[in-house]
Design a protein around this ligand. Structure first.
Ligand SMILES: [Fe+2]
Ligand SMILES: [Fe+2]
Length: 172
């Protein structure tokens, strides 16, 4: 830690919190790049639209995470997130291993995307509670908004899988 002179900003908990923010900041930036790829790979129009929507939302989330850094008086910095890197590699291999224009591919893309969403849900769920304990109300609110958006995305992906993709994939 640099120059902060007192209180929570000096604590190890604060430092850990900021470190985890850097991790999710990296994860969001790379997910933002991957989502258009998932969109292009999708067979179902509905799934492609869901990825397009979430790519836009992810850009908004990135801005919110930057706002969190700003409120905390920290520089917005990304630190490589090994977990997200692995999840995105997995998404790439699903694309490689499935045929274009199949619903099996869509089922795989949904699986890969939901793993990423669940990683985000776990991270924001925890960071929001950290913020609460650190009495950073505005930070808690921003993280809560992102968390809700990730949860909504997860629900909409489940819906696409259950309403159409899985059944069509099962017939291929
Ligand atoms: Fe996100
Ligand atoms: Fe997300």
């Amino acid at each position: 830690m640099d120059n902060k002179n007192k209180g929570m900003e000096d604590s190890e908990f604060h430092e850990f919190f900021v470190d985890e923010l850097k991790d999710i900041y990296w994860a969001e930036q790379h997910l933002a790049k991957a989502l258009p790829k998932l969109q292009k790979a999708s067979t179902s129009k509905e799934l492609a639209m869901a990825f397009e929507k979430h790519a836009r939302e992810t850009q908004e989330q990135i801005k919110k995470v930057e706002k969190v850094f700003e409120i905390l008086g920290e520089k917005a910095e990304a630190k490589k997130c090994d977990a997200m890197e692995g999840l995105l590699k997995e998404a790439d291999s699903i694309i490689d291993d499935t045929d274009k224009d199949t619903f099996t591919r869509d089922a795989g893309l949904i699986l890969a995307a939901q793993k990423a969403e669940h990683y985000e849900i776990a991270t924001y769920g925890t960071l929001r509670i950290f913020a609460r304990h650190m009495k950073h109300k505005e930070v808690e609110r921003l993280l809560e908004e992102i968390l809700q958006n990730e949860k909504d995305t997860d629900v909409s992906l489940t819906k696409i899988a259950e309403d159409s993709v899985n059944e069509k994939a099962a017939k291929e």
